[in-house]
Design a protein around this ligand. Structure first.
Ligand code: PA5
Length: 475
């Protein structure tokens, strides 16, 4: 159903408000700055990345390689098919699917949030509960190594079963461990614990064990060395110049997605389509530049430092978390940077809407609206028990109720002078998710260039890591 590839659409109209929003003229006036930032991302960053000796100190690190990655991976796949990285990822996914019924993805931050977002968005909502046939023969997927939570870890180990060696595909499981640095404590501790359980589940057979661990890491580091020691036959690299939270369209996100049976080619094609749009569309019809322009102006002119991504589909909640992390870690520096927050509606209308409508005037609301649902519209239905007075809406469907909720909420926010924008996703599928990821990564970098904040690197978190290691060592 991909005959007419559609692009995401950004509608900023609800941000143009007389006394509490911004004006179209202000957005037009910002155009030269936005275009200059785009030029930096398209040309200066790319050139400097290619010649590292030219990178000025304030732009270190310059992890600009995420930008051309989708096109590069697609071109390599077209030219080399099975021998390309995408081809190898597809083969690994196929192999694991035939061998195991469960895959545990170990990773934290940028090393798992994209995969989780993809699973939640593109798989059947209860994927892990389905039998193997209804999962298309694909393994169930669990995420760990993103915390040091004793009970969560014990709970998953219990589920995987450590009492006796696995003898059938239904009992067998595998590990995909993802860490760019290879030294992140949470992931390393989890790998040690899950590796011990996996070894037992393999009946201590090292040949089988190494078939069931697939590392994704940098070209050196502790995880790389461990993978060598285990003689893992398959290993994927996080590409040079691609930072953790910018790595969803590398093996970091693609391998788990392929294991789940998702269409990774469509994902990459969606991202490439967003790149093409970003390169040429002018301010006023460029979803990346317009999104940045409106968000930046509202922060600068109206003190809207809280950015609420209001997703009108439960499938997009983890995509919102992925974006929260991207924005928070990239621009939350030098006592600056907006605070991202994901809300899922209509669910959170009953927990947050009060504050969003009448609380502090420090928020920009960006609705993420799905234009077409994947499954048939479900009607309310008629009933002889009409005590709930719903027979009057018997023919109304959930998409119609959702549309009414979106329109009603937007109207209420407009009446209350609350700046609101709409980002339309034609559908929730791999092609649109690919666009969404690339759009948000580009927007974050463009905004960083406008603000003069280096979006790459995360200097702040080094302090907590140092302190934690000192405390652990008894210091
Ligand atoms: O965006 C980032 O760089 C971080 O969120 C990292 O992805 C996270 O800290 C995990 O790092 P690593 O992949 O090195 O284990």
């Amino acid at each position: 159903m991909h005959d007419t590839p559609e692009l995401l659409r950004f509608d900023p109209n609800g941000a143009f408000l007389d006394t509490t929003g911004i004006s179209r003229a202000q957005l037009r006036a910002l155009a030269p700055q936005l275009e200059a930032a785009r030029h930096t991302v398209l040309h200066e960053d790319v050139d400097q990345y290619a010649q590292p000796q030219t990178i000025p100190p304030e732009k270190q690190p310059l992890d600009a390689a995420f930008f051309p990655l989708p096109e590069q991976m697609l071109a390599e796949y077209r030219a080399q098919r099975a021998a390309s990285e995408v081809g190898r990822i597809l083969a690994t996914a196929q192999r694991l699917g035939e061998l195991v019924d469960r895959v545990v993805v170990l990773g934290i931050g940028g090393s798992y949030m994209g995969a989780l977002a993809l699973m939640n968005a593109c798989c059947q909502p209860h994927f892990n509960e389905l039998d193997r046939g209804r999962r298309g023969g694909r393994p169930r997927m669990y995420f760990a190594g993103n915390n040091v939570d004793n009970d969560a870890t014990q709970g998953l180990l219990q589920l995987l079963g450590t009492a006796r060696p696995a003898s059938t595909c239904d009992e067998r499981w595998a590990i995909v461990v993802i860490s760019k640095s290879g030294g992140t404590l949470e992931t390393a501790v989890a790998l040690r614990q899950f590796l011990a359980a996996l070894r037992a589940s393999c009946g201590n057979d090292p040949a089988l064990l190494r078939q069931l661990i697939v590392p994704v890491t940098g070209r050196s580091g502790r995880l790389f060395e461990l993978a060598q020691a285990l003689a893992c036959p398959e290993l994927y690299y996080v590409p040079d110049g691609v930072g953790g939270r910018f790595s969803v369209l590398s093996p970091v996100g693609l391998l788990p997605a392929a294991i789940l049976g998702l269409d990774v080619i469509r994902l990459l094609q969606g991202a490439a389509a967003m790149n093409a749009h970003f390169r040429t569309a002018p301010v006023g019809s460029n979803v990346v530049l317009d999104f940045v322009g409106v968000s930046h102006l509202l922060e600068r002119e109206r003190g809207c430092t809280v950015r609420v991504l209001s997703v009108w589909s439960a499938a997009l909640e983890a995509a919102g978390w992925w974006y929260d992390q991207l924005l928070a870690e990239s621009l939350g520096k030098s006592a600056r940077g907006a605070t991202p927050l994901t809300a899922v509606n209509t669910r959170d209308l009953h927990s947050r809407a009060q504050q969003h409508q009448e609380g502090r005037r420090d928020k920009l609301l960006t609705n993420v609206i799905v234009d077409a649902w994947r499954t048939d519209p479900l009607a309310v239905g008629a009933s002889e028990l009409d005590q709930d007075r719903l027979n009057q809406h018997a023919d109304r469907t959930l998409p119609e109720i959702m549309a009414a909720a979106i329109a009603g909420t937007n109207e209420a926010y407009r009446d209350a002078g609350r700046p609101t924008t709409n980002l339309h996703l034609p559908r929730v599928d791999e092609y649109c998710l690919g666009q969404f990821f690339q759009m948000m990564m580009l927007a974050t970098v463009v905004e960083g260039r406008v603000l003069g904040i280096n979006p790459y690197g995360q200097p702040g978190v080094e302090a907590y890591k140092r302190n934690m290691n000192r405390i652990l060592a008894g210091g």
